[in-house]
Design a binder for this molecule. Structure first.
Ligand SMILES: [Zn+2]
Length: 349
């Protein structure tokens, strides 16, 4: 079967090649790939900056934002042939640490977790893949191809759960949320904010294109100014850019008792204009909390599937701005300015 593979840590090593049928040890459920979404992590792995092959191998099958159709449900899954499923990405560490032991592999303490398509387990960019029944999430049939958005939705489902958990440490009735960055994570985060009944604001640099329209059609407000220039102090900021200046301004701008959730990954950038002690003092005097949030456990996968099932299908479909065939994986991995979510489609739905 065809698969998109890469030799981790080796730049320009990605290729579409024939590999063996999926290993039975990866699970009793056999799935035909429908589509796989591309994110920044895939581009990083393909450029040789990240990723680990399975033990004893040199190449890794790429892909962690899956969508597939069940071919063989196996004896224990309860799934039926033809069901649409998405595969959970992370597996608990083998020790396991206390958090993995209770199913919170997203909070793994020892870093020995594994991840499909990223860390030591083959991913989902192959014509067929196998999965353990307990890691296959069945999705609402009517979502169809939009099920490929489930994995990025799990990331924001977790972020929202943690934001609300932190907020409830005191009396708290949040009204406004600012989402910084209108990429797939930001837009899906904004969608969940609307579903929670909040007044949603989204800030991004793009002045034209589909991002402002998507935000407006969600019933949210779009901003292109800096966070510092916003005319209000949000109760919640979901930071999805990973840009230093946006992070620093978010921590200064957040309202009293507010929560800043950092969900973007960045590096370096300009030094902050505000001294660390001044930023900290502002947070102290406003009882602010800054949290980081990554990955998702099974509870968040379940919640994200519910959130997607509730969402407007035509709005969700506009998040997928480009579909590529597996042989065009290089174009799929290259970001174009107008891209929101690019997917590689393996089979028709
Ligand atoms: Zn762990």
């Amino acid at each position: 079967m065809k698969a998109i593979t890469v030799e981790p840590k080796k730049p320009e090593s990605a290729r579409l090649e024939d590999i063996d049928e999926p290993d039975f040890r990866n699970g009793s459920v056999l799935v035909e790939a429908v589509a796989v979404g591309i994110c920044g992590t895939d581009a990083e792995i393909a450029s040789g900056k990240y990723g680990w092959p399975p033990p004893g191998k040199t190449r890794l099958v790429l892909g962690h934002e899956s969508l597939g159709r069940v071919l063989e449900p196996g004896p224990t899954s309860g799934l039926k042939q033809g069901d649409l499923v998405v595969g959970i990405v992370r597996r608990p560490d083998p020790v396991p640490c206390p958090n993995c032991a209770v199913g919170e592999w997203d909070m793994c303490r020892n870093g020995q977790y594994t991840e499909r398509g990223i860390k030591q387990i083959d991913g989902y960019m192959s014509e067929r893949w196998r999965i353990e029944p307990e890691y296959a999430i069945k999705i609402d049939r009517t979502l169809g191809l939009l099920g490929v958005l489930l994995e990025p939705t799990t990331v924001v489902a977790k972020a929202w759960e943690h934001i609300l958990a932190v907020g409830r440490r005191a009396f708290w009735e949040p009204e406004t949320v600012l989402v910084t960055g209108a990429g797939p994570i930001g837009l899906l985060g904004a969608l969940l904010g609307k579903q929670l009944g909040l007044e949603v604001h989204v800030l991004d640099r793009a002045e034209t294109g589909s991002k402002p329209e998507l935000v407006r059609d969600l019933g949210a407000t779009y901003h292109t100014c800096s966070v510092a220039d916003l005319g209000f102090a949000p109760d919640i900021i979901l930071e999805c850019t990973g840009v230093g200046s946006v992070i620093a301004e978010s921590i200064s701008k957040i309202g009293p008792n507010g929560v800043v959730c950092l969900a973007g990954i960045g590096s370096r950038g300009a030094l902050p204009k505000m001294a660390t002690a001044d930023t900290a003092s502002a947070a102290v005097l406003k009882n602010n909390v800054v949290i980081g949030s990554v990955n998702a456990n099974k509870r968040h996968w379940y919640k994200a599937a519910e959130a997607l099932a509730r969402a407007d299908r035509s709005w969700l479909s506009r998040l997928i701005t480009r579909r590529e065939r597996p042989e065009n994986f290089k174009q799929a991995l290259a970001r174009a300015p107008e891209d929101i979510k690019v997917i590689i489609q393996f089979s028709e739905i």
